[in-house]
Design a protein around this ligand. Sequence first.
Ligand code: F6P
Length: 319
Amino acid sequence: MNTIGVLTSGGDSPGMNAAIRAVVRNAISNGCKVLGVKRGYDGLINGQLEEMNLSSVADIIHRGGTILRTARSEEFRTEEGRMRALNVLKVFGIEGLVVIGGDGSFRGAQKLSELGIPTIGVPGTIDNDLAYTDYTIGFDTAMNTVVDAISKIRDTSASHGRANIIEVMGRHCGDIALYAGLAGGAESIIIPEVGLDIDQVCKKLIKGKNRGKLHSIIVLAEGVGGAIELGGVIEEKTGIETRATILGHIQRGGSPTAFDRILASKMGAKAVDLLLEGKGSLVVGVQGNKTFSIDIDEALSLEKKLEEDAYQLADILSI
Ligand code: F6P
């Protein structure tokens, strides 16, 4: 293989730059030319590519976002869009492609593999919603951002004796809420995998108040509903003054944690190794401390399961 392409697609996540760096440097170390595709599949369709060298990825391992930029491409969902992308890949002589993104991006990678371009997916999303891998790149950083926010909100929560709801991202997956809630000592964690039991949440709040708790932190995953609406219901049912904070895109930015940088470096390099071994139609994951690869179709067919023990533990420890 002489020429490898790399793109980032979908929602950005901290650590994507570290993954791009690993792809570029491992490919160049192995004598390959690397073309960076700008703005995900949209940029691929429109031929926005440029050759990357060792310096293109200098000084980026610590930076959030993605230097290649990203997009959620509607055009690539159409057959015409994909044909245009395929044509661009052929014109630029790209023999293998690394796609860094989440499940939507992997579906695109699956399509390109079916069209004969060996494509490897690297999981880059803060959501940690891919069942086949323990972690996705960006989740750890986002979780730490939320924990930091919880600590700050806890201060003001205690000062005022209020309940504070913190709405976090994650789409249909509750991992950010669950693990940040556990790490932040939240009183209640509300996630899509379990659903909302409003009476239980209110009961816990009142019990906490009665035993002298000053602060009350409720972490709500966006997949369950909105924090502002929930705040109104809680205030009405308990009489406890309640405030809502929607953390939003703050969770998508910032310098990646060491964990995310290491994960991204390992996964990006692994993707190139797989292409050089002549493989395609795979995604890279991590289990324990080891990176591995699995067929894209299989990876996408697996259903993400809640870590029940962690959920129960958070509940027990927040009495
Ligand atoms: O998939 C990452 C994510 O941040 C989700 O947690 C969130 O629901 C969504 O993207 C937001 O997307 P956008 O930035 O396009 O509004």
